[in-house]
Write a protein that binds this ligand. Structure first.
Ligand code: ADP
Ligand code: TRP
Length: 349
């Protein structure tokens, strides 16, 4: 009698994490806790959710739609690379590169543009917001989600760690990849967004979401004296000191919680509930926990800056690895849609 063989377990596809961050300013606490920390957890050998491979890049092509000063852009790209490595992005574990060092991505952008309905882009918020505010928008901003789609598809990314504001763009990416695959065969891997655990918004010095656009940021590597000044100026309410207060929903407490130990957090929550304290005390505690939390990264940053050429070598090595992968995917796409006259060798995924 024939025995039923149990189905062989499907070979697990390797997970490949990918994300990009725009060099439009120095990184602030919102960027670190909302994005960068997750990139680090996802790099191979990182936290519980580590991916098999990770690609992270500095999105200078995207930044061109807002930063129009070449020297500033060059400086911001350099600083972003140094900051990411100082914060724990390990170039031995993840591929770290600059977006514009991979020209294959811009060619892929064109291929995707040809399958992208105008209406899809008209609905995207970056463009829509500018338009409704009556501000001029260029074609770069309008087609920004297509470039972002190419960024993702060029590396066969399976998981894209992003903030909530970027989920719509991943949907566009999936849409374009699906249409292209439908027309030309199984070319692209459809990625999934991965939201930061908890999805919490880091509050800024005025209690709104921390963002460059609101000028309420505290930068990760700001000079300690300047950082302290900003922290001491964080807005608070004017309730009397003796009144007990609810720590939940208080932005000063939220910031402290991000960097405090569990015991410190508990002690601070108890203090709020007891009352009889001044917000000045909380701010001083925040200065201290923040200094401690980023002390190692600051030291690492200094060491990297003291070694000229190191960051450029990291970015050059990253670009070589990224280009090899992007070339393979681009060749696959070119062949599928009829651009390549001979099928490329080894085009399989
Ligand atoms: P900004 O709002 O300062 O211009 P970006 O839009 O460049 O910041 O943000 C880059 C990344 O950092 C995004 O993934 C975004 O979701 C995340 N991020 C930015 N600000 C915050 C915040 N206040 N809380 C949580 N995540 C944030
Ligand atoms: N648009 C993203 C942002 O503003 C940056 C970005 C560009 C990106 N390309 C990407 C993020 C690809 C994830 C994947 O934050």
């Amino acid at each position: 009698m024939k025995t039923e063989q149990p189905p062989a377990p499907a070979a697990a596809r390797p997970t490949r994490a990918l994300s990009g961050i725009q060099p439009t300013g120095r990184f602030h606490w919102g960027n670190y806790f909302g994005a960068i920390r997750q990139y680090i957890d996802l790099q191979p050998g990182g936290g519980h959710a580590a991916a098999d491979e990770a690609y992270y890049f500095i999105a200078d092509l995207h930044a061109l739609t807002t930063v129009r000063d070449p020297a500033r852009l060059r400086g911001l790209v350099h600083d972003a690379a140094v900051d990411l490595v100082a914060l724990g992005l390990d170039p031995e574990k993840a591929v770290l590169f600059v977006q514009s060092d991979v020209p294959e991505v811009t060619e892929l952008t064109w291929l995707l543009m040809t399958v992208c309905p105008m209406g899809l882009l008209e609905r995207c918020h970056a463009y829509k917001d500018k338009k409704t505010r009556g501000l001029p928008a260029d074609a770069g901003l309008f087609t920004y989600p297509v470039l972002m789609s190419a960024d993702i598809l060029a590396y066969d990314a399976t998981v894209v760690p992003v903030g909530e504001d970027q989920v719509q763009h991943i949907e566009v990416c999936r849409d374009l990849a699906g249409t292209f695959n439908h027309l030309y065969g199984d070319v692209f891997t459809l990625p999934k967004p991965r939201l930061v655990e908890g999805g919490a918004k880091v509050p800024g010095t005025d209690g709104q979401k921390m963002s460059k656009s609101y000028e309420n940021t505290i930068d990760v590597f700001e000079e300690p004296a300047a950082q302290k000044k900003k922290i001491m100026r964080i807005t608070t309410d004017s309730r009397p000191m003796e009144e007990p207060k609810d720590p939940e929903g208080d932005h000063l407490f939220a910031l402290h919680s991000l960097m405090a130990t569990a015991d410190e957090r508990q002690a601070m929550a108890d203090l709020y509930r007891r009352g009889g304290f001044g917000y000045g005390e909380v701010k001083k505690a925040l200065v201290e926990v923040a200094a401690r939390f980023f002390a190692e990264a600051r030291a690492r940053r200094q060491a990297i800056e003291a070694d000229p050429g190191r960051i450029e070598a990291i970015l050059a090595a990253g670009a070589t690895r990224a280009r090899a992968k992007a070339r393979e995917v681009l060749d696959r796409a070119r062949a599928a849609c009829g651009l390549a006259r001979t099928m490329p060798k080894g085009g399989g995924r």
